[in-house]
Design a protein around this ligand. Structure first.
Ligand code: ZN
Length: 274
């Protein structure tokens, strides 16, 4: 199968879809519906469909996968990552590292099957320490029911990997991958910079969840953001960095296959697919 790919230095970064996520403009907390409808080009009563992109590459004989999709936990249109990887010549058993941008259902529920067995039995996890520690902590009495449910599920997701999870911090590096903490959407939400020679690319996870809205309007917050103000600051910082450096970005929810550049547009930004 020919998978879309992008060359960075001597790496071929390939994009693998987990499928299509049905989502809603109702999750936007600070924009009028008419404006968001206009930005996304119309919806079916507020419903719209966004891609769930994952990325894989080989380096020094190892196979790295960025994020792990939703598995069969969310919608029937998701959970396609393992079969798409297989079709692209990457059986899940051959994955050596899974690099997590954050531990949310559409990025991490696909780590395990229904019984909690690892889909990627030989993979080591790279995840920011802040993200891992937050989700592996005990639930607190004041936590919302939703937060507690995600935390319980995340412990289930991580269980078979706990002995082979590397908690990382900014500045540390594994196989050219360095985490850049960009918290807010989740407490340890991370953009991963991958260097090859003088080139680099940035897997930015959910720095934007609704790309048609949040790149041109970075102040737009979502109900999914655990800390909307922090998420806003992180979004501005990463968009600014991506535009300054002209780095190739890879977004989990930007137009498939997900590669592009951020350019300045007046006081804000636009995305150019690569
Ligand atoms: Zn997401």
């Amino acid at each position: 199968m020919n998978t879309p790919s992008f060359r960075i230095g001597d790496l071929d970064i390939r994009s693998f879809s987990d499928g299509i996520l049905r989502t809603s403009l109702d999750m936007i907390v600070n924009m009028e519906r008419a404006q968001s409808e206009g930005l996304v080009g119309g919806t079916d009563n507020g419903w719209l469909f966004i891609p769930v992109n994952n990325f894989a590459f080989r380096r020094e004989g190892k196979t790295l996968l960025i994020d792990a999709g939703a598995g069969n936990t969310m919608q029937p249109t998701l959970g396609k990552l393992p079969e798409n990887l297989r079709a692209g010549g990457i059986p899940p058993e051959s994955v050596d590292y899974i690099v997590l941008t954050h531990i949310h259902p559409d990025h991490a529920n696909g780590l395990v099957d229904d019984k909690g067995e690892a889909i990627y039995p030989n993979a080591e996890i790279l995840v920011h320490a802040d993200e891992y520690d937050f989700w592996m902590a005990e639930n607190q009495p004041g936590d919302s029911a939703k937060l507690q449910a995600v935390r319980d599920r995340n412990k289930f997701n991580m269980r078979p990997y706990r002995e082979r999870t590397r908690r990382m911090r900014d500045g540390e590096e594994v196989l050219g991958c360095t985490p850049i903490l960009a918290a807010g959407h989740s407490p340890g939400h991370t953009c991963w910079r991958v260097m090859s020679g003088r080139e680099s690319f940035l897997a930015w996870g959910d720095i934007v969840h609704l790309s048609a809205v949040q790149i041109s309007h970075p102040d737009t917050a979502l109900t999914y953001d655990l800390d909307p103000d922090k998420a806003r600051q992180s979004r501005h910082r990463i968009l600014d960095m991506a535009a300054n450096e002209r780095v190739v970005v890879a977004g989990a929810h930007v137009n498939a296959p997900g590669f592009g550049h951020v350019v300045r547009k007046g006081a804000t930004y636009a995305f150019e697919s690569a």
